[in-house]
Design a protein around this ligand. Sequence first.
Ligand code: LLP
Length: 416
Amino acid sequence: MESFLYRNGELFAEGVAVSELAERYGTPLYIYSRGHLRSQFQALQSAMAEVNPLICYAVKASSSAAIISTFAELGAGADVVSGGELYRARRAGVSANKIVFAGVGKTESEIEYALKEGILYFTVESEPELERISACAKKLGTVGRIAIRVNPDVDPKTHKYTSTGKKENKFGVNLERAFEAYELAARLPNLELTSLHMHLGSPIMTSDPYSEALAKVKELCLNLKARFPTFRHIDIGGGLGIAYRPTDNPFDLHAFAKAVIPPLKELGLTVSMEPGRFLVGNAGILVTRVQYVKENPFKKFVIVDAAMNDLIRPALYQAYHHIQPVRETTEPLLGDVVGPVCESGDFFAQDREIPAAKQGDLLAVMSAGAYAFAMASNYNSRPLLAEVMVSGTRHELIREREALEDLVRGERTPTW
Ligand code: LLP
């Protein structure tokens, strides 16, 4: 994580000492590097320049306004999966005609909202959804642009919870039935068939699943082009991985571009992509303060002030997040790093050699930019954390820490 490096034994976020941010904004705290967000976006854009894709940032990865607007300023679109994400994207300055809307369960009100905004297209996940979009568009006297999400049955070789392009997954329309689904769409009023969409899963560490999927949809794309004059676009989804361990190789963008550009050029379609993790994953860290170091006859526990409600990936996917001391030390400690939540699943590391830490020390949980704050909850009535963005030597709060009153906002006790 090249935006988070040590200077004289102190961890820095770009040009600001992490300890200074922890003092100023309190802990636990999410810190993002704006430079890293920008450089990831630009690296992807330049690697893929030959097909000039519209890069639609997958807002679900990290959805605070300052993050979405950083990408919007660079010309990004947005991939959204709910009315809430559409609202956030529009509010953060993403043009409606660069927004794509996926998700298997779009409601009528979400569809109408998106039609009124004039989004680029809906990524349609089923035949009944085509009918619903058609009916909503007819009601509003408008046209819904459509991409059908094709499930190419390719194994992305990732966690089963985040694998989406296999035939047993709930997403998309099976490749074999896709042409028929387009035929159905063509018979329905107020739809324009413009695109084909696929998203295989997340994170994917090699280009092979993408190559395999592109080969599988090639014939379909060519048939669609020949059959429907409005068909002009392919969306290859997101899923590009990042390094989580210091020993992991970073995602090989060059190899990815080399693998996907030739088949994309052969299709002769315009292109979009929907990366989330690749753009934000290594742009964020979670800084937490050690509250206690506890030993029992079997184990050592470093108990920190962040918990599974702030970053659920280790509990949910047994995901690895590297843990670094904010003040460098070479002394090791073998044990667990755990939070205060009342569940044994509340851990950041288990039986791991981590830097020796004592009460009051700060630790950084690395690679916490994607699916981190965005998946946080108030479980155990813990207020949501503050988020800070750093740019060079500047830093600014981008989300206030919740107060206790926020926890009960909107609650009512029945009058009876
Ligand atoms: N497009 C679609 C249709 C998606 O469903 C997703 C992610 C993306 C794009 C962006 O994928 P990315 O480029 O970020 O890999 N919570 C899990 C990841 C869930 C991904 C859901 N869909 C995690 O923490 O690993």
